[in-house]
Design a protein around this ligand. Structure first.
Ligand SMILES: Cc1ncc(COP(=O)(O)O)c(C=O)c1O
Length: 369
């Protein structure tokens, strides 16, 4: 066996701090944890006829052998649906955020990003040569103070629905501040895609702000039920990314079959109004339920129950899992200390009885806080 015991010291630290991560299969549990908000991943998106001629290997990067007609078609479909000039596909939302943030802001520029931004945004910021500062979560005053001291070209980064709290960013006010300080907005729509707006077009279009945003990132691994992401913006932005964005350039492209599935999902999720309504009903039921935990205010499928302490929150999650419910504990350092939480995801396909079972079990816990 390879002598890699030098890895032990950090692993043991994690164990000592109760932060050790392991992989688990929860396939047979009732789903209150996946990002498959509308159940599209469980649907047969493509028939045998549809897949004929589409391979599971792109064969190369987009700039070499991996650019296929279906990929360009997908980008046209997505750009049109999201009312933008151009879309560029990425293998994941992680790649898209890392790529955009690491190659656009330059030395001497400033990136201001929400303190609760996703790890992929932070990673892109870390790789950029621009200076960067986080602003307090959704705190416009803090952002404005930082804007006043920003140098060079300024980029403001936020998410329309935050992945761990389930709340919205104040997009209209962010646009107003960006205009006031001539900053460029980069907006991650990962959790809003398929969910927000009449057709699931996302918050930006729902508020008719698409012409005010420099770059939007939509991801396909959540409500879209597939894999991958697109960066939306002008044709010039697309050309820039094709030339300078390393996670786009130096990787094998998405397989044509996966791209075909994305196109198919874009034909079905826009007409899933009934599923979006069902989801809203569940969200209301959950928000109105009396529970012995602090509930984060959220009108989205992401619902957080604060249970301070890694051990405490893990205990509650494992009791729910023993009762057949897939619910995940989110631990420090993924979220700030004392805000450890259960992250409960509601889906249009959850049955009312399943939701009631969840609420009943939660009600049975003594007050943790
Ligand atoms: C806000 C946000 N952005 C980006 C990502 C990354 O997207 P993907 O899973 O497609 O890499 C996630 C996924 O967890 C996310 O929550």
């Amino acid at each position: 066996m390879y002598a890699d015991n030098f890895l032990d010291s950090k692993l043991n630290d994690r164990k000592r701090l109760g932060l050790y991560r392991t992989l688990q299969v929860s396939d047979n549990l009732i789903d209150f944890f996946s990002n498959d908000y509308l159940g599209i991943s469980q649907q047969k998106l493509l028939s045998f006829k549809d897949i004929e001629g589409y391979s599971m290997g792109a064969t190369g990067s987009r700039l070499l052998s991996g650019n296929h007609a279906v990929t360009e078609h997908a980008e046209e479909v997505i750009a049109q649906f999201h009312q933008t000039q151009a879309a560029l596909l990425f293998n994941s939302g992680y790649d898209a955020n890392v790529g955009v943030l690491s190659c656009i802001p330059q030395k001497g520029d400033t990136i201001l990003y929400d303190a609760l931004s996703h790890a992929s945004i932070r990673e892109g910021v870390r790789l950029s040569f621009a200076q960067s500062f986080s602003f307090r979560h959704n705190d416009l005053q803090d952002l404005e103070e930082k804007l006043q001291h920003s140098k060079g070209r300024i980029f403001i980064v936020s998410e329309t629905i935050f992945s761990m709290d389930g709340d919205f960013c104040p997009l209209q006010q962010l646009v107003a501040l960006a205009e006031k300080y001539q900053a460029h907005l980069i907006i991650d729509e990962a959790h809003a895609t398929g969910i927000i707006g009449e057709k699931g077009e996302g918050l930006t279009q729902h508020l008719q702000l698409q012409h005010k945003i420099f770059a939007r990132i939509h991801t396909f691994g959540k409500a879209v039920g597939c894999q991958g992401a697109a960066v939306l913006g002008t044709k010039r932005l697309k050309d820039y990314l094709i030339n300078f964005c390393r996670p786009f350039i130096y990787t094998t492209a998405l397989p044509p079959l996966a791209v075909k599935a994305i196109i198919q999902s874009y034909t079905i999720f826009p007409v899933m109004q009934a599923r979006r309504q069902q989801l809203q009903q569940y969200i209301q039921i959950f928000q109105q339920a009396k529970l012995p935990f602090q509930k984060l205010p959220s009108s989205t499928p992401i619902q957080g129950l604060i249970i301070p302490g890694n051990e405490q929150v893990k205990n509650v999650a494992s009791i729910l899992q023993e009762n057949g419910l897939a619910v995940k504990a989110i631990l420090y350092p993924t979220v700030p200390k004392s805000t450890e939480r259960l992250r409960i995801i509601l889906h249009s396909f959850n049955r009312v009885e399943e939701l009631q079972q969840l609420l009943q079990l939660l009600s049975g816990f003594a007050k943790y806080s």
